[in-house]
Design a protein around this ligand. Sequence first.
Ligand SMILES: [Zn+2]
Length: 297
Amino acid sequence: MTPAQIVAQLKKFGIPFKEYKDWRTHNRNHKGKWGPVHGLMVHHTGSDAKDQRQLLYAGRSDLPGPLCHFGLAQDGTIHLVGWGRANHAGLGDDDVLDAVIAEKDIPQHNESNTDGNSRFYGVEIWYNGSHPMADAQYETLRLLAAAICDFHDWDEHSVIGHGEWGSPGKWDPGHKPGSMMDMGKVRADIKATMTKKPAEDKPEKPSKPVPAPTPKPGTPAFPGAYYFRPGAKNQYVTMLGRQLVKKGYGKFYRVGPGPQWTAVDRAAVKAFQKAQGWTGSDADGYPGPQTWKRLFG
Ligand SMILES: [Zn+2]
């Protein structure tokens, strides 16, 4: 995929995303091959920090960035940090790669003889692996995998955990200390996601209804990008719409505001963001913590 193609897929599947710096041309193609790509590798970062963009973009002194293509934040937003060869997969087992290419069950790895960085897209999920990832992260992971497989016409066997690849000592993505998630279950969930149509093609229903937490009185905390996406329906959307009306953006709404996230909500948010002097991905019509703060603060 080209950068434009992945952006189009993210939009098609209703995945919230932000672009970081010059991600479209940020890579390690000068250090080795990139492609042909055969799958998506899933990682945890090992940290619960709330903003891990710069680390994933720039890397560390012993491991130069980009460290993946997709950073997946706790609120379910994808942060695009690089495109091309990235330092995420290391060496793994050629038998695993063969299974991924053949769309077969992943064998137990027993050697580290194959460069994975040229063969896999990588998603680094922002959590430490010793506890489960957030629900919003898991939801986005499934949609991301579905979006990538949809483009390449792959099935769920093209999605593996780093711990399945054969890099020594790796157990990501984890769910408790030292223990990788059941990737067979993850793949089954991805398969279920793939058999559904993308959000924008569907009637106004989320792919998996997740009850929104009850808002607390007072200045509300930003609930997470997950609640404002194509197909989303929850009380936060209503709350956002009502506040936009209060702030003078009522002209966008001929009916509502209501709980269903619509193009009208997005247009109103976008107008509000632009009125703050924001541009680019800061004014994409999807509210983030800054928009929320400015709107309710
Ligand atoms: Zn990893």
